[in-house]
Write a protein that binds this ligand. Sequence first.
Ligand SMILES: *[C@@H]1O[C@H](CO)[C@@H](O)[C@H](O)[C@H]1NC(C)=O
Ligand SMILES: *[C@@H]1O[C@H](CO)[C@@H](O)[C@H](O)[C@H]1NC(C)=O
Length: 120
Amino acid sequence: EITAVFILAVAHKCRAQKDNVLQPKGDMSSAEGEAATLDCLYNSTSTNTYLYWYKQDGNNSPKFILSRVRLDEGNTADDHKERFSSTLNSTFRSVPLKIQKLHLSDSAVYYCALHSLCSE
Ligand SMILES: *[C@@H]1O[C@H](CO)[C@@H](O)[C@H](O)[C@H]1NC(C)=O
Ligand SMILES: *[C@@H]1O[C@H](CO)[C@@H](O)[C@H](O)[C@H]1NC(C)=O
């Protein structure tokens, strides 16, 4: 949870560089057992861009799912490794979150966040 606060603070600092993410708004519903893909597009002026996905369930704090720095490189939380994945596409500036075999407990709000190293 402290990590999330830190990341939000860094993203705010980079806003001056027009770095941002765009998540298509709206609800998505799928049946249990199916697969789902949640989209996230981003703009970044930095070559060192880290993309993150978080899950927020009810009033709980957002929980880290995974990070990507390029293609499949990054970290995925141990308890999400089995069904959650993402491949960062730097050409199309997208980092879609793929969820396999949906569980009822996957119903939640999912956040995409960006963290650029602002040194350039
Ligand atoms: C990225 O910037 C372009 C040009 O300003 C804009 O059209 C596009 O919507 C932006 N994409 C995102 C994800 O914000
Ligand atoms: C990026 O996305 C485009 C459009 O879906 C696809 O054609 C391209 O192969 C992707 N690139 C990578 C590196 O995945």
